[in-house]
Write a protein that binds this ligand. Sequence first.
Ligand code: NAP
Length: 238
Amino acid sequence: MSALQGRTAVVTGASRGIGRAIVRRLAAEGVRMVAVARSRDALEELARELPGTVIPAAADIRDPAAVDGVRDLALDRLGHVDILVNNAGVGHFGLIEELTPEQWDEMFDVNLKGAYLMCRAFVPHMKERRSGHIINIASVAGLVTFPRGAGYCASKWGVIALTETLIQELKPYELKVSAICPGSVQTHFGGTPPRDYSLRPEDVAEMVAVVASQPRGVILNQIVMRPLVPAALQGGQA
Ligand code: NAP
């Protein structure tokens, strides 16, 4: 039997891309979950695909009241929440003078404030139960920087800082906190066309299942995963 059979979760950014793959992967492990995003139709389609497993919650995670509504729905329908996956994110890429204040704000509001609001909503519940696992989908961009990535990298470095702080704050309650840091993934994230050697959303979803399945005594705090770039495309010498 899967280590995750019978567990419960909340997954943000579930309407497409990596989040949808995470929902499908956790459902295959026997997890029941609330799937969060703004696109109600896509969430309802996912719920029809995985009957009895997925509860759709259309919400904008930038809105504290909406996030509290997700928590209330999750606790009402699932009874308790074992795993919170903060996956929703947006990316805008450009030189510093090209990035607009609106793009900057959107990245910080979704990627960082959204994750903070979700943690703020669910941590008291997890502390009370002395059980729970927060898994943040950060990025390699949370560990390194690159030109045209100022706002995105800064927001993801923030997600790593949030993760590291929560590891310390929640340790006395025996709660687990993890960050998964993928390199490029085959989604339409940030408006860039996917490269066929990039990681697949299913690869990241598999890692979420691996991280969440560890025995009670084991914590995987940070996972860095990168695509294997074909040698012919790497430039330089082997
Ligand atoms: P995606 O296909 O664009 O999906 C983003 C998800 O976030 C969608 O479900 C979207 O749903 C949701 N979202 C955006 N704004 C939201 C808001 N205000 N409230 C609620 N949900 C919101 O992107 P992805 O590639 O799957 O990325 C998922 C995560 O992986 C992001 O955190 C991203 O930074 C990270 N990541 C991606 C890559 C990559 O190369 N793709 C690499 C490393 C890390 P709605 O639009 O329906 O709200």
